[in-house]
Design a protein around this ligand. Structure first.
Ligand SMILES: Cc1cc2nc3c(=O)[nH]c(=O)nc-3n(C[C@H](O)[C@H](O)[C@H](O)COP(=O)(O)OP(=O)(O)OC[C@H]3O[C@@H](n4cnc5c(N)ncnc54)[C@H](O)[C@@H]3O)c2cc1C
Length: 480
């Protein structure tokens, strides 16, 4: 089959028949729904840039598995160069779409499974790695997009899966059959699930003995029977449906809740089933990969915010204001430190027994903590530079109104030499970059809440080595 063009990708989604709801109604045509289409377009950009000369070397790579050129979003990293290329590609795409392109999470699942299924087989003599490799070949040959089904709805957070009053609060096996398993539960915040061909499920937390039925990983098509996508609200979602005041006129993001209402999974699509001690490894690998992906992508989003701030300075007539230049520099250094941390986590990567390369977890988690705080700061700085119309610009419909349109435009004029229409478009973009909840909240919670990043750092970093440094300098020699 080979690489898909953007058009072939969109057409392939059109062939699928997922069960989807939005605003209480069933969506029968996902691809042509303007709200969903804006999200699909963002993922389509990962196919589109594979066709562009300037990006091709970064996106298209050779798969040793199928011996064909593939899109990097289907290739678990098999070298330090691959780990580095992930970050560079995410930065380029973040800048290109100005929001989440939604395809990194699937790669993060594939990369995780390419390590952990191998490790489980080594311990138990199971055949999960073979199952996974067959699935990976299918994904690569058809250039598919995968969604990350990781976050369970979790019910009462003070209780583990087995202690919940309602067992369905964590996705679990309700039936084991000769030909496969039946699963029930729900995954929340599923970025781009309707832009995906396949849903790849991993556990959301560490598990222990007694949690066997929750210790599952598998892949199912996004339109498999029993799977229901309920599209979540986002602050600016009605704009796409109304066809005006959109801001980012090409791309957007949406995150459904995914309900598994007794979904059948054939054994050949199961990658873990009951091996509780490997849930921790799955979570650690996935979250670290994903936190690294985030940093690359969000550095690209800050690039868009920097561009927006600079254009606003031109349009407002403030391009010579020293304090605004300083604020732009503050934004740039945040993008670069985030990017640098993710690159470092790649360069410090290592080869795992399966042959897949894994990043440095401490650096990947440090980058995510940085992102959680500094994206908010970069947003604040952009809004500061742009001005108050980020909050309350009149609607496109007001500008088109025959009675007040000319008046509203007259009073929105900024610096000489720049069309007022451009200034209006730019304020809208700034609003979208700053205030679209589906994207901005992911700076904080995407890839796990901030506390999860801190816990991972404390667990993964070599604390004893640091104590030894201090003891040596203090002249403490008794080892206590
Ligand atoms: C925009 C967006 C996109 C996302 N995309 C995806 C996706 O594509 N796929 C996917 O699987 N997930 C996705 N996520 C989910 C993301 O990983 C979760 O939001 C994150 O792990 C936090 O889980 P939660 O939302 O259930 O919040 P909670 O787990 O309820 O956390 C809320 C707060 O409570 C704290 N807390 C929770 N439980 C405890 C406890 N037991 N003890 C002490 N403190 C606790 C947390 O640290 C946090 O501060 C996305 C999230 C967002 C916002």
């Amino acid at each position: 089959m080979g690489l898909k063009t953007k058009e072939e990708y969109i057409e392939s989604l059109r062939q699928m028949k997922p069960t989807a709801y939005m605003f209480g109604e069933k969506v029968t045509n996902v691809v042509d729904n303007p709200r969903l289409r804006a999200g699909i377009e963002a993922t389509a950009a990962t196919y589109e840039i594979a066709e562009k000369e300037e990006y091709r070397d970064l996106v298209v790579t050779q798969s040793p598995l199928i011996n064909e050129p593939v899109n990097r979003f289907t290739l678990p990293p098999s070298s330090i160069e691959d780990l580095v290329a992930r970050v560079k590609l995410n930065r380029k795409l973040g800048g290109y779409v100005g929001t989440c392109h939604q395809r990194c999470t699937g790669l993060d699942c594939l990369s995780t499974l390419s390590i952990v299924t191998y490790d489980i087989d080594q311990k138990y003599g199971t055949s999960y790695y073979k199952n996974f490799i067959e699935f990976l070949k299918y994904v690569q040959k058809n250039d598919l997009t995968c969604n990350a089904g990781v976050t369970d709805v979790k019910g009462d957070r003070s209780k583990g899966p087995s202690a919940q009053d309602d067992k369905d609060m964590y996705l679990h096996v309700v039936e084991r059959r000769q030909d496969g398993i039946v699963v029930r539960g729900a995954k929340a915040h599923q970025t781009g699930s309707l832009s995906s061909h396949e849903i790849v499920v991993l556990p959301t937390r560490a598990l222990s003995k007694g949690d066997e039925e929750y210790s599952i990983s598998f892949a199912v098509p996004a339109d498999t029977p029993g799977l229901i996508h309920v599209v979540g609200r986002s602050t600016l979602d009605m704009r796409e449906l109304q066809g005006c005041d959109i801001g980012n006129v090409y791309y957007s993001k949406y995150c459904p809740m995914l309900i598994f209402n007794d979904v059948f999974v054939p054994w050949e699509r199961v990658f873990m089933c009951g091996e509780t001690e490997f849930a921790t490894e799955m979570v650690l690998r996935f979250s670290s990969f994903h936190r690294q992906s985030h940093g690359g992508c969000k550095a690209g989003k800050i690039d868009c915010m920097v561009g927006t701030a600079l254009c606003a300075m031109d349009y407002n007539g403030t391009s010579k204001a020293g304090h605004l230049k300083q604020k732009v520099i503050e934004m740039i250094h945040r993008a670069e430190t985030l990017y640098g941390c993710c690159l470092a986590s790649s360069y410090e990567g290592r080869k795992e027994p399966s042959g897949t390369y894994f990043i440095d977890t401490v650096l990947a988690n440090a980058s995510k903590i940085h992102e959680g705080k500094e994206m908010a700061e970069a947003t604040r700085l952009m809004v500061d530079v742009c001005g108050g119309f980020v909050a309350d610009l009149p609607s496109d419909r007001d500008f088109e109104n025959p009675e007040i349109g000319h008046l509203v435009k007259k009073y929105l004029k900024g610096a000489d030499g720049y069309p007022v229409e451009n200034r209006i478009k730019l304020f809208r973009l700034a609003e979208k970059l700053a205030l679209e909840s589906a994207d901005t909240v992911s700076d904080i919670h995407g890839g796990g809440s901030p506390e999860a990043h801190r816990v991972t750092i404390f667990r993964e970093v070599n604390l004893e080595e640091k104590k030894q440094l201090a003891k040596r300098l203090a002249g403490i020699k008794d080892g206590k």
